[in-house]
Write a protein that binds this ligand. Sequence first.
Ligand code: NGO
Length: 522
Amino acid sequence: MAAGFFTVGATPVPVPVPVPETADTPATPLAGVIPAPASARPGGSPYRITHDTRIQVNGTPEVRRIGQYLAEILRPSTGYPLPVTDRQGAGIRLRLAPGDTTLGQEGYRLDSGRSGVILTARAPAGLFHGVQTLRQLLPAAVEKDSAQPGPWLVAGGTIEDVPRYGWRGAMLDVSRHFFTVDQVKRYVDQLALYKFNKLHLHLSDDQGWRIAVDSWPRLTTYGGSTQVGGGPGGFYTKADYKEIVRYAASRHLEVVPEIDLPGHTNAALASYAELNCDGVAPPLYTGTEVGFSSLCVDKEVTYDFVDDVVRELAALTPGRYLHIGGDEAHSTSHEDYVTFMDRVQPIVERYGKTVIGWHQLTGATPARGALAQYWGLDSTSAEEKARVAAAARNGTGVVLSPADRIYLDMKYDKDTPLGLDWAGYVDVRRSYDWDPGDYLEGVPAAAVRGVEAPLWTETIVTSADVEYMAFPRLPGVAELGWSPVSAHGWEGYRVRLAAQGARWEALGIGYFRSPQVPWGAR
Ligand code: NGO
């Protein structure tokens, strides 16, 4: 190990305390960002962004786009022109080094010193994540949309950073309450700040069908016409959906669409009578009970329907995965559930996608290469956990979303005005302080693909609601997904988290001022 090099979180854990900003002290030490970098070697002079700073990109259109994205963040608050150029010179440089295999597809290196900041990555996603680090190294005021005094100093030294897991997801339930394209984009921008790379959209449920399917138009025109509490609902046209996918991709997030099957399907059953075993369409549903609906497993039309939906959705999905739900099929017998999953998973594969389902899928026969999203809790039965572990040993990948840890719709405490509490209260420490690597007994470490924080929206209506539940828990999930286990430590984390508060205020993100976090004065 080179002199002065320290691995974040090596015992004893260095606690990166944000230092007060003075004319020549950078706002944030290199290891002060969230998620904690894999390694940081502070040293040398800081870099000062000035009126003369250029953002130098190395020619490819993707790198130029990332340079422009960075410039758009920095220009309003610094008031500097920050041209994006391929001319050499001092400043911020973004460079691709495709041969640098140590950085993987998402890693990056940041070198900062008196003459500039150089971000190096093997692939554009790495540069994008490096930009998020650079952004967090600057004072929180950099996020404001009007000119601020500065100074704009980036601590000197080197960060080398690669993610622990390839799946760092967030799920938004747009069925229980509908969220517009702009609302989804706002959340995407917040996810990008913490290096998330998957946006899972829960596009259908009992209360609403939210994605246009040309061959079954009533799914949206009727099935999308309401939501929990009876509001007008809504749905995405294919153009809307493509715009979400495009925007997410511009922030290096892959959209994972979910059609929840065979339960959670009242909106579809209400739209098409023939999908019901008795041929009678139920009314639209605006309550919050679960487990009462099921597609008719014995009817051929069910599989024609699933085929059409999957075909059209797969065609809108550049990403690899298609989520088929599979949770709480309480109105489907076990035998029917297995039959249904045996027929539906090959449909997903036929349209070139890989299956992901809630972990109940492991009670059927997961397709080869499928992923199971675990949403149990400490009190989940040993038998159910063992089923997931057995599937994992058999090749099924696991994405961890334990409800009593990272369900963002769980209340923080008894006074939280929004959210549910069926999995108990989930305070900030509880959501952060666990290790995905050894969470589920009997699951081989290599089977764990990462973590995902679902936000179910029975009680969540506005973007302000989303943000109040996501912040401050969301960055902790990002750290669980990105940072090495050696970087994990609540005492250091809560200090770094506190420093994010000013950034959220600058971004207009309302958050829960958890008493567990030493927030600064407002
Ligand atoms: C459960 C249920 C959802 C609820 C959510 C509320 C899963 C996978 N199925 O999670 O329908 O909205 O809890 O927390």
